[in-house]
Design a protein around this ligand. Structure first.
Ligand SMILES: [Zn+2]
Length: 296
């Protein structure tokens, strides 16, 4: 763990490796530790590149010892299993030392998604507005308000319940490339500048020839599910705009050689923000996620 105190100013905690099969976060966190001591002008920054070393060693989303997903057991338990004890230590020891938290994820190895700073809908409108502003300060191609039904025990919730700002960075998926790492690192640097911890000028990193960002929202109805178990053939890329009914992929069923392939269509006129990149998919598993501009 790295901690640098340069007096009065924002108090930031950066974490990576919450999920052990998302490797961009730990790598970007290590890079930040290299240049931050010279660049930081004020405030206190704590960087913990790997929240869950056991999961990282196993290249696994969940902790092998107890099978638990660290990002669903917060605030944890001091007398619980190893994953619950990690969450407890973070909640009790690290959280009181920070007012803003960046948790660096990467959507897992079976998805493609654009570099994104994400949050969930938050009941407190002021905290919601401040969180979205912080997420947009990453200047990544996508800022995403993600409404889903599986938020119990997430790190985000514990932080937001304390009135603090939490931004989850995502970057899919399984291939850890130099370009992607550079964009991810630039996004975090932009956010540090916005917080006032660094000097310098924030800039949009280039992704798929785009040099700007957009703020979108997605809810459970935007998940596109596979109609059968089979091989998924993507027909679009992330950040593509699709019209309702456009073919976004084709499913080639596995159960019968003669079964017809099925076109999978966009549920609405929207923007593709996630697409399965592991070709084998199971019935009813999501193969794409779309999103729409935030309703004002
Ligand atoms: Zn994750």
């Amino acid at each position: 763990m790295f901690s640098l105190n340069k007096g009065e100013g924002p108090r930031l905690l950066i974490t990576g490796g919450n999920h052990g099969n998302e490797l961009e976060g730990p790598l970007v966190a290590r890079r930040i530790i290299e240049w931050l001591p010279k660049a930081q002008t004020c405030g206190n920054v704590i960087v913990l590149p790997v929240l869950n070393p056991l999961a990282l060693q196993a290249w696994s989303r969940n902790t092998p010892l107890d099978g638990l997903n660290l990002n669903r057991v917060f605030p944890g338990r001091a007398d619980g299993s190893v994953t619950e004890r990690i969450a407890d230590a973070v909640s009790r020891v690290l959280l009181p030392m920070a007012d803003t938290i960046f948790d660096l994820h990467s959507f897992g190895p079976t998805w493609k998604c654009p570099p994104a700073a994400t949050t969930h809908p938050i009941a407190d409108p002021d905290l919601m507005a401040n969180t979205v502003r912080m997420a947009e300060a990453f200047k990544l191609p996508l800022t995403l308000l993600w409404q889903h039904n599986d938020t119990a025990g997430m790190f985000d919730i514990v932080v937001q319940d304390q009135g603090k700002i939490f931004v989850c960075a995502e970057f899919g998926g399984g291939s850890v490339g130099a370009d992607n790492l550079a964009i991810y690192e630039a996004g975090v640097r932009n956010a540090l500048i916005a917080l006032g911890l660094l000097g310098g000028k924030a800039e949009y990193p280039t992704f798929r020839e785009q040099k700007s960002g957009q703020t979108l929202e997605t809810d459970p109805s935007d998940e596109v599910k596979s109609p059968a178990t089979g091989i998924f053939e993507p027909r679009c890329s992330v950040l593509d705009e699709v019209k309702q009914g456009d073919v976004i992929g084709v499913l080639h069923p596995l159960e019968s050689l003669t079964a017809e392939s099925v076109a999978i269509r966009a549920p609405s006129t929207s923007i593709v923000i996630g697409i399965a990149s592991a070709a084998h998919v199971e019935i009813n598993k999501a193969v794409a996620v779309v999103a729409r501009p935030v309703k004002k």
